[in-house]
Each structure stands twice: as C-alpha cells, then as structure tokens.
Design a protein around this ligand. Structure first.
Ligand code: FES
Length: 146
C-alpha cells in the first residue's frame, strides 16, 4: 500500500533527485526524465517529459493530456524495453535498435522496429504550480501489450 504524499489534484512528477517539477522548469525544446511519485504500481515508472511550443502538437497527441506545451510519455521502448534516451532534433530515439518516436504526434513511431508508439501520461499543472499526472498511461508500458 502506498504511504507517500498524495496531492489532491494529481500525482506528483519528480525528477531523479526526488524534486517536484515546477511549471517553468523546462523551456520549449527541452526534455527531462521524471517519475510519477505517488501511484501504486507505476511509481518509479520512468517517463520522458517534453516541452514544445503549444502549437506544434498534432496527429495522435492527446491535447487534453498536455499542458503549457508539456507532454509526458513512457520512457520504456515498446520494441524490447530499452530506455528511450536519445534525441535527434524533436524526435525521441531508442539507442538499442534506433526506434524513433515523434513526441509532437503522440510519440508515434517514425522509424525503426517499435510496433507502437510510447504510452502517453495525462498531465496538468497543480493548483500550487507543479506538474502532476492525472491518471495512468493510456496504453500498457513496455514491450508487448500492444
Ligand atoms: Fe527500442 Fe528496440 S528496444 S528500438
């Protein structure tokens, strides 16, 4: 049973040092690995938080899941479970087999062997100004499950 902090308007996202993510933390074009802090079952689920200008999003991105130009996706590659750790321009790249995901279109697959895009995590800004998740990833995390 989860015993950590609970936030009334969402699930805290924290960085690798455990610090919450203020709304102004990233500039457009930046990204950060974060972790949903307070959710039984997916705590420590590595998540890529990206920020772009709000008008770049299109395609399959779930607009209601984004806030202030931020979007969050599972960092676990849907091909064989490596961590999606690299970047080529705006595209997120998996180092294992060069799987490529476009975060401006819902992390859809734009190259390589992954069978499906990266699951998206719904996020918003809490009343006290931090990014929080409002629910679970929209698809199973990791390889398979697609
Ligand atoms: Fe990511 Fe194969 S594990 S491309």
């Amino acid at each position: 049973k989860y015993e950590g902090p609970v936030y009334s308007d969402g699930i805290a996202l924290v960085d690798a040092d455990g610090n919450r993510i203020e709304e102004g933390r990233l500039k457009p074009g930046e990204q950060l690995t974060v972790f949903p802090e307070a959710r039984p079952g997916i705590e420590d689920a590595p998540t890529i938080l990206v920020r772009f200008e709000e008008d770049v999003y299109g395609g399959d991105v779930k607009g209601e899941y984004t806030v202030g130009g931020y979007a969050a996706f599972s960092k676990v590659c849907t091909h064989a479970g490596c961590m999606v750790a690299d970047r080529d321009g705006d595209v997120l790249v998996c180092p294992c087999h060069s799987g490529r995901f476009d975060p401006t279109t819902g992390a859809s697959v734009v190259g390589g062997p992954p069978p499906r895009g990266l699951p998206q995590l719904p996020i918003t800004v809490s009343s006290d100004g931090y990014l929080v998740a409002t629910g679970d990833f929209d698809a199973p995390v990791g390889a398979g499950g697609g």
